[in-house]
Design a protein around this ligand. Structure first.
Ligand code: F6R
Length: 608
């Protein structure tokens, strides 16, 4: 998973590309590079590491080359850029993109994985083509150069038809230095059209400063970008007409809003995210239409499948579906497992897919597996126009807007609240709850955003608790029932950004092995919102405290260290999670870590 951007227009392309790359850095940050035509051929500047390192390298190149062609960098109007998350070949200068053909006639940036790259490489090597890198992506540049006969469209079609796997490609031709070509399959690509020039990009924030008018490229569609216009073609080479869309996000939506990290900004946005998501489902618009027309009666099984935090949202929702709908079968599966387990599902199964990005490879595969077995799919997705959103039978969009921090917060909360509303709706359809109870549950749900705002008022208190916890080497999160579900998310959030080992346990399960790990100097965060299980979780607290653990209680009873507003326990994960996100955030902040881009991770996991 990588980020690609291209620009051709009247502005100096290098700063435009660098700025765009910074907005895409969440997609991968192993290395970055740019390509441009230098008057002789295509030149590439690329560096292992973050975009800041590439930027430094570019400015040194300009500074050191009084008379060389690189000085033309300030007059370049057309360029391609790439930020990489390594899949094939280690992060290194040479494996960085853009990749060029041996004659430097063609440069390519690629997001995705070419599954048949070994065969293609062998094919080209047999024709005498040498390779510089270990990547699958270089094969595309070499293949394009091998086929190129002056006809760009024909070349791109030929290349595209030989590639197996997933790709979003930006391509530059040395003899047509003012234009760019792009094509995609199974990875996102948008086209931005501005007054001063045109863009290709993996995601909208990369172009938002310049334009809010975009086209979404569909699989196997080709676009040719000229300075003043864009042309679209089908894979048969025939011109096609596409309709642009206007993006309502402001540039500010995609910026940090004055907070030190996107993650904190996104945590604080949650009351609004929740309100917007609820309104989209109960007031007016596309989400409400989908929900109003959806009928659960024809299914006898629900399978919820997703990855990471989205899975945790599904896991919490299982308790709500079971409690309210009394549905015979609600299963929650990790998408990476579901896709290979030969699931027992059929046309009476509803498969609910949850994904912020809508591009997670395992979740896409799970969706396709479900559809192949005739199950119906309902997706809960944040990114409009993403693969899951487009391919699922039904799609509900969470209204979280762009989420930039790698660790999800507001999108998770939007997923949870959407799932609660689905559960109430289904329970009513199934006649498992009375309309009066349905109304009062909806009132509870509508009050959740205000309650999350109240928790955010306790941010200093939560920061104080968290800051004292930096010293722990291992942190356990415990809870029972739905509190256990949210403990999983608390633990994931903490470990992914603070690099502190952490586990989540069902309170009653500790005595079956885990309690042997509890000793002086262990920290246990206990989540205690389930009223009928209060005494049970408090006995678990006693058990760990008596073995030397320091305990922090997050719950709605007065003895809690962090006291949550009163709430129906089914919806309490939406409150607990705010505390747990802030806890993880401040522990990591105290360690001075790169919170928005934790090591080894990327925002959108488009590879298996
Ligand atoms: C954790 C996190 C990941 C994602 C997971 C699924 O903070 O963000 O665990 O939840 O990679 O991603 P999406 O929701 O895009 O399918």
């Amino acid at each position: 998973m990588c980020g690609i951007i291209g620009y051709t227009g009247s502005q100096n392309a290098v700063p435009v590309i660098i700025e765009g790359l910074k907005k895409l850095e969440y997609r991968g940050y192993d290395s970055a590079g740019i390509a441009y035509y230098d008057g002789n051929g295509i030149n590439v500047l690329k560096r292992k590491g973050r975009i800041a390192e590439l930027e430094q390298y570019i400015s040194e190149t300009i500074h050191n080359c009084q008379s060389s062609v690189n000085c033309q960098l300030s007059t370049i109007n057309c360029s391609l850029g790439h930020t990489r998350w390594a899949t094939h070949g280690e992060p290194s200068d040479i494996n960085s993109h853009p990749h060029v053909g041996n004659k430097r006639n063609i440069a390519v940036v690629h997001n995705g994985i070419i599954e048949n790259y070994k065969q293609l490489k062998e094919y080209l090597q047999n024709k005498g083509v040498g390779f510089a890198s270990e990547t699958d992506s270089e094969v595309i540049a070499q293949l394009a150069e091998y086929y190129y006969n002056g006809d760009i469209l024909e070349t791109v079609i030929k290349v595209s038809n030989r590639l197996e796997g997933s790709y979003a490609l930006g391509i530059m031709f040395c003899d047509k230095p003012d234009l760019l070509v792009a094509v995609k399959k199974d990875n996102p690509l948008i086209i931005g059209v501005s007054k001063h020039g045109n863009f290709i990009a993996s995601d909208i924030p990369a172009v938002l400063k310049h334009t809010n008018k975009v086209f979404y490229l569909e699989d196997k569609e080709i676009v040719i970008l000229y300075k003043e216009r864009v042309e679209f073609y089908g894979i048969d080479g025939e011109p096609i007409t596409k309709t642009s869309e206007i993006i309502s996000w402001s540039v500010d939506d995609a910026e940090k809003g004055g907070e030190p990290h996107f993650m904190l900004k996104e945590i604080k946005e949650q009351p609004k995210t929740l309100r917007d998501t609820i309104n989209s489902l109960i007031k007016d618009g596309e989400n409400k239409k989908v929900l109003d027309n959806f009928n659960i009666i024809r299914y006898n099984k629900i399978v919820i499948t997703a990855c990471g935090s989205a899975y945790n949202a599904g896991f919490a929702a299982k308790y709500v579906f079971e409690r309210l709908c009394r549905f015979p079968s609600v299963e929650v599966e990790l998408a990476s497992e579901f896709r290979y387990k030969d699931a027992v599902i059929d046309d009476k199964t509803l498969v609910i897919l949850i994904s912020q990005s809508g591009e997670t490879a395992d979740t896409i595969a799970a969706m396709r597996e479900a559809r192949a077995k005739n199950a119906e799919t309902l997706a809960i997705v944040n990114v409009v126009g993403s693969t899951i959103a487009k391919e699922a039978d039904y799609c509900i969009y969470t209204a979280a807007g762009p989420e930039i921090a790698v660790a999800t917060t507001k999108a998770f909360s939007a997923q949870l609240i959407t799932l609660y509303i689905l559960a109430v709706k289904f329970a009513l359809q199934l006649n498992k709850i009375s309309p009066e109870l349905g109304n009062s549950l909806m009132e509870e749900i509508v009050s959740v955003p205000e309650k999350t705002a109240l928790i955010l008022e306790q941010v200093d208190e939560i920061q104080k608790h968290s800051s004292a916890c930096v010293v722990y080497k291992s942190i356990f999160f415990i809870g029972r029932n739905i509190d256990y579900a949210i403990a999983l998310e608390g633990s994931l959030k903490l470990k992914e950004i603070s690099y502190i080992h952490s586990e989540a346990y069902a309170g009653g399960e500790l005595k079956h092995g885990t309690i042997s790990l509890i000793e002086d100097g262990t920290l246990v965060v206990a989540i205690a919102n389930c009223k009928n299980l209060h005494s049970k979780i408090m006995s678990n607290v006693e058990q760990v405290a008596s073995r030397g653990a320091k305990v922090i209680i997050v719950g709605n009873s007065p003895e809690s260290d962090i006291v949550l507003p009163d709430c129906n326990e089914l919806f309490s994960p939406s409150l607990s999670v705010i505390v747990l996100q802030l806890f993880g955030y401040y522990v990591a902040a105290n360690k001075g870590l790169d919170i928005d881009k934790p090591r080894n991770l990327a925002k959108s996991v488009t590879v298996e």
